[in-house]
Design a protein around this ligand. Structure first.
Ligand code: GDP
Ligand code: MG
Length: 766
């Protein structure tokens, strides 16, 4: 079967084309050695079945980003039978820049002029015949969106596959053409695509020069005498300039803009006047984010509760929305307000899973199953799995919103707006997207860092992603904040939650700043990214993407969660003599004794031992909860719920009362202080994330960095929690912490000055 590769700029419609070519045969994997998505599938729409590969989107074939290296290595080494160069015809000149580079390789190329539907709408025209003549390769007008021209495209590509093609260059009559010809002549016997390689050597492409040492020496000889009036020895810039000159002179005439349309702003430009405005750009973005989170998480969707209107007018007629006493309690809202769509979906799923869980438990009990087996299946296995499924609706909803923002072209602009600010921290604007995604779930957020070119920047970003409190940590925040209000009778749960989010954000940004100035120093690639046109995302591709994420989430989280909940259930319900313990006697379990063992570790954080009598007795609950959180953050509150029964005399775990009630009781019994509670939240928020996130971090981080990352999480969470607790409880340690922080900052500055001096000395020597 012949292989056809789809290549082109980011956002030119490759994946849309790929999906409509391959349909259900597609599968997503990784490119070997790197973590960029690789899509492969079979297309049966043409005269014969062909294998199709979707290459990553790129702007050029230089070796600066992993995407560029993958794309060019695939074409040069795996030798597809044909390359379909997907061109966004609403952005013809910029896209043809990459085309000129494909033409230099000895591979059959077919140009697919995509987005012609959009072009027609604008009234612009492209003369495909003319382009075909000047490019000397087949050119087909298509719309990946509507399916127009796709069959023709695949048949032309199949036909082109059987004809050998030699690389040609648009640089043929420029100042460097002589050098190219000479080097290419030399390389002719050594390699295929000699023209392509010759140009790369002359441009100074570091990867190519490593591989072709002999020809590099020859190229350097020629280059020694070369000096351009304008560009001097900067061949790369010269070549880029010549490519654009050639495109303007020879290819651009193919495009006929609608008469009289030259001066009018395009739709995208008009939208950008507002959305990327110098002053309003960021507030508008913040507002959009707020609306998205509100739609997903709010339990007071229309602000009726906040306005005080809801409680007043609700009355008994509104009871129907509350489903009081059923599995679906609070489905549409409560006395605090009406739920957002995200919460309604989550409640619906939780109601259903609760019903299943209750049904199974009752069923097992009624047929006389042993108590421990009922517990294992009901609480251990189903409880653990359903806790995760319960978060799926909201996580998917967030994904949906984000993928709409991304596909529409808006996210590229936000990265652009934020680039200026991020640069001061040592990050590029692209790092922002994974961070925002971290509020949903760290797993996809870490995977999303693949768009970062600099490996060290990527490492730093992955490390701080867990500090952006994910959906699973939200219950910790709300339950403990609520519990504190209940136990101490003062405070505002909403405010505490918000402040915790904010602290996470500050710690993340401060950590990045420190890392990028010490262990992870690196160059930032300039943020060159042409902004794609705004366009409405396709329904089918959005759904496919969502399904992809859903599968990934379920597979990754479930294998781990299932295994770990079973283990935790066993060690919390069995003693050392392997005797079964019911909930009320959990204090004698293996887990409890392990908890008492590690409990002293948390003393400096306010939830360890010896500070008060209460904590010494039952404080192991906090230690255990924090440890179970390493499996999945949902476990923290779940553990509270079950363990409350063990340590609080007379407390009957009541599902309907929820985590807040258990926490209030626990705070009362253990005697933990308010500062200790806050420290507990912060420790859980900032420490090692759940198994799923750790597994992802391990596979996404460069080799050898994972163990340092674990250490970083432990040290950061421990010190921040200790700082907050000691200052909150005693105030005076603020002086000590101030000295510690000042010393650290001074150390970093001194270290940097020294490093700079060393680098200078080296330079002088050289
Ligand atoms: P990729 O980055 O090259 O994989 O591009 P995608 O396939 O993700 O497409 C980027 C955006 O362009 C998506 O919102 C698509 O729905 C849209 N798109 C793709 N092909 C067409 C097309 O032929 N016409 C129109 N109007 N939009 C398209
Ligand atoms: Mg794509």
């Amino acid at each position: 079967m012949i292989t056809i590769a789809l290549a082109g700029n980011p956002n030119c419609g490759k994946t849309t084309l790929f999906n409509s070519l391959t349909g259900a045969t597609a599968h997503v994997g990784n490119w070997p050695g790197v973590t960029v998505d690789k899509r492969e599938g079979t297309c049966k729409k043409g005269s014969q079945p062909v294998s199709v590969v979707d290459l990553p989107g790129i702007y050029s074939l230089s070796p600066y980003t992993p995407e560029e290296v993958i794309a060019r290595n695939f074409i040069l080494d795996s030798k597809p039978d044909c390359v379909i160069d997907v061109v966004d015809s609403t952005n013809l000149e910029r896209n043809l820049y990459l085309t000129t580079q494909f033409l230099e390789m000895d591979v059959p190329v077919v140009v697919a002029l995509n987005m012609t539907d959009e072009l027609d709408k604008r009234g612009d025209k492209i003369d495909a015949k003319y382009l075909e003549e000047v490019l000397e390769v087949p050119v087909v007008r298509i719309s990946a969106f509507t399916g127009y021209g796709i069959k023709d495209l695949i048949n032309r590509a199949i036909a082109a596959s059987s004809r050998k093609r030699r690389g040609i260059s648009v640089l043929a009559s420029t100042a460097v053409s002589d050098m190219i010809a000479k080097v290419a002549e030399r390389m002719n016997d050594e390699t295929e695509s000699p023209v392509f390689h010759a140009i790369k050597l002359i441009e100074g492409d570091s990867v190519e020069r490593e591989v072709h040492k002999k020809s590099t020496a020859y190229a350097d000889e020629l280059l020694a005498d070369f000096d351009d009036e304008v560009f001097g020895k900067d061949i790369e810039a010269l070549v880029a300039n010549e490519r654009y000159n050639y495109i303007t002179a020879h290819y651009s005439p193919a495009l006929k803009k609608k008469e009289g349309d030259n001066k009018k702003l395009t739709k995208s430009e008009r939208i950008d006047r507002v959305l990327t405005h110098k002053i309003w750009g960021i507030p508008i973005f913040a507002l959009i984010m707020f609306v998205i989170f509100h739609l997903t998480f709010s339990e007071d969707f229309l602000f009726l509760g906040a306005m005080g209107a809801f409680g007043k007018y609700r009355g008994d007629e509104a009871q129907w929305i509350c489903f009081e006493g059923s599995y679906f309690e609070g489905l549409f809202g409560s006395s605090d307000g009406i739920n957002s769509p995200g919460v309604i979906l989550a409640n619906l799923v939780n109601g259903l899973t609760g019903m299943i869980q209750g049904g199974v438990t009752d069923g097992l009990t009624s047929i006389g199953t042993a108590e421990w087996a009922v517990g294992l299946v009901g609480d251990g296995i189903l409880g653990g799995l359903f806790a995760v499924i319960g978060f799926l609706p909201q996580i998917l909803l967030l994904f949906l919103f984000f993928s709409i923002l991304e596909d529409s072209g808006y996210m590229a602009r936000v990265a652009f707006i934020l680039d200026r600010i991020f640069r001061r921290l040592g990050l590029s604007g692209r790092a922002f997207m994974p961070m925002i995604m971290g509020f949903g779930c760290s797993v996809p957020a870490m995977i999303n860092t693949r768009t970062l070119a600099d490996e060290r920047e990527r490492t730093a970003t992955i490390r701080v992603i867990p500090f952006f409190s994910c959906g699973a940590k939200l219950p910790i925040l709300t339950a403990i904040a609520g519990g504190m209000i209940g136990a101490f009778g003062v405070g505002d749960a909403g405010l505490i939650t918000f402040l915790m989010y904010f602290v996470g954000l500050v710690v993340a940004l401060a950590s990045v700043l420190v890392m990028r100035n010490t262990t992870l120093r690196g160059t930032l690639t300039p943020f060159i990214m042409e902004l794609p046109e705004y366009r409405a995302p396709g329904f089918k591709s959005t759904m496919l993407l969502l399904w992809d994420k859903c599968k990934h989430f379920i597979k990754k989280a479930f294998t781990i969660i299932l295994a770990s909940t079973i283990i935790i259930w066993f060690i919390s319900h069995f003693g050392w003599k392997w005797n079964y313990l019911p909930d009320e006697r959990m204090g004698e379990s293996i887990l409890a004794s392990l908890g008492s063992l590690i409990q002293p570790l948390f003393t400096p954080l306010g939830f360890g031992a010896q500070l008060t009598d209460g904590l010494a007795g039952a404080g192991w609950v906090f230690a255990v909860a924090a440890i179970t959180g390493l499996v999945a953050k949902e476990n923290v509150i779940a553990t509270f719920g079950t363990l409350a029964a063990a340590v609080v005399t007379g407390f009957v775990a009541d599902e309907a009362l929820g985590g807040v009630d258990a926490v209030t009781k626990l705070i009362g019994v253990t005697g933990i202080s308010g500062a200790g509670c806050i420290a507990f939240i912060l420790f859980n928020m900032l420490t090692i994330p759940c198994f799923a996130a750790c597994a992802t971090a391990k596979s996404e981080l460069p080799k050898g960095k994972f163990k340092w990352t674990l250490l970083f999480w432990v040290v950061t969470s421990y010190s921040v929690a200790a700082m907050v607790y000691t200052v909150g409880a005693f105030v005076w340690p603020i002086a000590i912490w101030a000295v510690v922080i000042a010393a650290a900052v001074a150390g970093i500055i001194l270290f940097n000055i020294k490093a700079k001096k060393k680098a200078k000395a080296k330079e002088i020597k050289a």
